[in-house]
Design a protein around this ligand. Sequence first.
Ligand SMILES: *[C@@H]1O[C@H](CO)[C@@H](O)[C@H](O)[C@H]1NC(C)=O
Length: 208
Amino acid sequence: MTLKITIVLALLHSIVALASDPDPVMDFCILNSGSAFSCKNSSAATVEDFTYSGIKLPGNFKQTGFSSKAVNPSVFPGLNTLGMSFVRADFDTGGVNVPHFHPRATEIAFVLEGKVYSGFVDTNNKIFAKVIEKGEVMVFPRGLVHFQMNVGDKPATILGSFDSQNPGLMRLPNTIYGSGIKEELLEKAFGLSSKEISKLRKRFSPAS
Ligand SMILES: *[C@@H]1O[C@H](CO)[C@@H](O)[C@H](O)[C@H]1NC(C)=O
């Protein structure tokens, strides 16, 4: 019995240990500009290294009436090694954040302004979705496909926080139609004609 418990505990421990960025070994490690792997000399750090003003304003809306500004170590070097990152996302009326997932992070999204239909799908294809409003939050578990759409009559803004400094982002339409997967495979997988696949490829290829 004790052996079983030990094995279960060991497994649980390894799951917990793998479920986050590595523990930092210093107070902070502000990325040196121009080098992805070295830290700025900590005696040269100032409060400016720990603040970021780049998300005061929304970005420009793209095709789906959506814009997002990631706050990660590449724009905010002071975040490096701290195991977190952030995003500001804005939605035009009717705007859509297409189904996507983050392979390395759970996300909590807070509605700063507006009404957002918001949801995710689990590995049994069960959907969890509803409209959340200003002041409410929703959590998207790590690695699960999620999506949002502004269903209010004004622009909406959400703020998202991630438990990884590098959550990764895979937008399904781009992953599937914009990555160069052989057309014949896509036709068979989705039951679409060559013409339909070409149209989707054009729309979601990286160049467009
Ligand atoms: C960091 O800066 C301090 C003060 O300028 C200096 O004494 C120290 O040698 C520097 N450390 C490194 C690793 O460069």
